[in-house]
Design a binder for this molecule. Sequence first.
Ligand code: ZN
Length: 439
Amino acid sequence: MRQVPSNRLKWVKWATLTSEGSDLRVFKPVRTLLLPLLICLASLMTGATGQDAAAPEVAPVGLPNVMDARVTQTRDRARLVIDLADKTEFALVSLSEPDRLAIDVRAATSTVPEPNVEVTDDGVIAQYQLEQAGPDRVRTTLMLSAPAQVQQAYVLAAFEDQPARLVVDIIPATAEEFAANVAKDFEASGAAVPVADASTPAGGSELPIATRPLVVIDPGHGGIDSGAEAPGGIKEKDIVLAFALKLQQLLIASGRFDVALTREDDSYLRLEERVALARANKADIFLSIHADSFQQPEIRGASVYTRDENATDVLDKVLADSENKSDVIAGFAMPRMAPEVVDILLDLMRREMRHQSYTLARSIVHQLEPSVALRRFPVRQADFFVLQAPDVPSVLVELGFLSNADDMANLLQGDWQGRTADALARGISTYFDGLGADE
Ligand code: ZN
């Protein structure tokens, strides 16, 4: 069994794999490139080469404790969460014979109550164990029951009653993909060439730039329509515009998306105009941002809506009133089709968009879940007029409720806004990763 060449792994700064900055490009749907990007050739800690993990090292002061770890999984994906006393760096490697993923976090100690756990849920991880692998690192080894790879990994700062956490999302891989990752990691760790500029992941700038998907963000309300209002005169239209601009910056900085807003200032747009903007620009996804209020002040938390599957009457009416049905499917089919054929194609398109909208909503909620307070059943359906585009996957994000004091405090807080925008950006990225995987 090959040993993890631990002191040659490159630590990933906590921010590197979040959507901040330009490093999001590692999320491009070239999944097999992800792991090698995370692995570097030489130790940053000691500069030592040719020594194993037991070589005498002094743990740098100030490294956090690893407090707990858990794995949740379905057949489609697994998530490892490691609770940390503070944010830290981490490194990842794929290993075979037996097949494993090893995750090292820079930490001084581990007080995980159960360091050896059999995972009973059906999925790619059979069991995992945590151990102190050196004075400055705690290793989590995931024993795989099927080939798998890391889809994304990031560290979250502590918030509310949650500690800092490393979150590692793992998805099934083919045997060839896994073998390729193992070979690349092994080669990288064995090369033992000192790297002068360790801040640049090897090959990180060589990924091909494809045509970027267009994300249209729709800050709700605006102008004469203030949306919900909180005591003290805080208006939904202002909160959602500020948040949308922040999310736009994050997504653009990722280098992966083009991002347009339906409004960039305090102007009023009709709902039809918002939808029309997304459709006319052939948006890949449409994201309407709101923070409404509710009669019951105890209702709080974020949620993501798709359009109600059964609410076809409004859609039909809108299409009949304002659209030429042939235009709707322009680009998908020949002009001058029989009306029945148009109806069938429209129906198929609507079903597909609803399916994709739901997938997008789930991706976003999956990323929000470890970061912010959510409503119960956070993926919801309602007949939102603004989600009617038959050819653009559309979701409406309720960031929280102005009618709830805790949500209100969060919505005004830069830290919360940044964390939530990060999670949304990750959800959007994983949604597009999934599209690539289906092809
Ligand atoms: Zn609203």
